[in-house]
Write a protein that binds this ligand. Structure first.
Ligand code: SF4
Ligand code: SF4
Length: 58
């Protein structure tokens, strides 16, 4: 399980420094989370102004 950043992301970048395992980086058209690093802590979702990071379904 990992969090996934959806298309609502406005690329503000504030979530990057919130992630304790540095799993978030800037992608082509939005920020992305490395699922191999994400520990599902939810800190990025808490800080995101548009609720773009969501727990991956399944
Ligand atoms: Fe990082 Fe936690 Fe967000 Fe995963 S849920 S990307 S570990 S801040
Ligand atoms: Fe995108 Fe939200 Fe991260 Fe900003 S805080 S870069 S809107 S996911």
């Amino acid at each position: 399980m990992a969090y996934v950043i959806n298309d609502d992301c406005i690329s503000c970048g504030v979530c990057v420094d919130e992630c304790p395992v540095e799993a978030i980086s800037e992608g082509d058209d939005k920020y992305v989370i490395d699922p191999d690093l994400c520990t599902d802590c939810g800190s990025c979702a808490d800080i995101c102004p548009v609720d773009a990071p969501q727990p991956e379904e399944g």
